[in-house]
Design a protein around this ligand. Structure first.
Ligand SMILES: Nc1ncnc2c1ncn2[C@@H]1O[C@H](COP(=O)(O)OP(=O)(O)OP(=O)(O)O)[C@@H](O)[C@H]1O
Length: 202
């Protein structure tokens, strides 16, 4: 089985260690969840895996080249409505029908689709970002607390949505919430202070 190999990663900011000798092996094509308290280095680890930052030492290999992501801050085009946001990200040939169908599976329909995303609630914006990541042609989905701001029922629906459309892609989910960690299935890797790997649960 192909694997993403994370080997002895270290990362500090201003002399403060965030990840200290973090190692793990993640199966390609499966769901892996990094769970740990706020500040333990989960987002930093995702950024290193995505190549958005360089480690101080250590290596990462085997990450699929085509990536899509839900970031904590959504990163949408504020002045455009949801469909335009997705078309902008996916390219002008993107299938508008499919976009609307995906948004509707996340309960974004009617008035919500007529407003610029700036005027949507945090939970609605999150779902637009989630559809954008899922609809992108990627080999790996990075999900950084993707269900934040959603109520319990919508969280469950959003998790079902990801499972339904994952289509064999690798998924790396980051969360501090146990229920969220279990919502997609897969292996949970527990991180603690200074990004140590504290074992896994299948
Ligand atoms: N670019 C940066 N410059 C300086 N410090 C940073 C930077 N990025 C992260 N940090 C620090 O590194 C630590 C870990 O941050 P990180 O965002 O990786 O944690 P996290 O586990 O994802 O937290 P949360 O669950 O709150 O999102 C924090 O103390 C944070 O302040």
């Amino acid at each position: 089985m192909k694997q993403i190999i994370i080997s002895h990663l270290c990362k500090s900011y201003g002399g403060e260690p965030v990840l200290s000798d973090f190692s793990a092996e993640l199966p390609v094509g499966e769901v892996t969840v990094f769970m740990g308290r706020s500040g333990c280095g989960k987002t930093t680890l995702l950024r290193l895996l995505m190549g958005l930052e360089k480690p101080d030492s250590g290596t990462v290999s085997g990450v699929p080249k085509a990536m899509s992501a839900v970031f904590q801050e959504d990163r949408l085009f504020e002045a455009f409505h949801a469909v335009a946001n997705l078309k902008g990200a996916l390219g002008k040939d993107a299938d508008e029908q499919a976009i609307r169908e995906h948004l509707s599976q996340l309960e974004l329909t009617g008035e919500a689709l007529k407003k610029p995303v700036l005027e949507l609630s945090g939970g609605m914006r999150r779902r637009v970002a989630l559809a954008r990541a899922v609809l992108a042609e990627s080999g790996i989905l990075f999900l950084d607390e993707p269900f934040d701001g959603l109520d319990g029922v919508t969280k469950k629906k959003a998790a079902e949505y990801v499972k339904r459309h994952r289509e064999g892609r690798t998924v790396l989910l980051v969360t501090h919430d146990r229920a969220e960690a279990e919502s997609l299935g897969g292996t949970i890797i527990f991180m603690d202070k200074e990004g140590e790997n504290h074992g896994r649960e299948n």
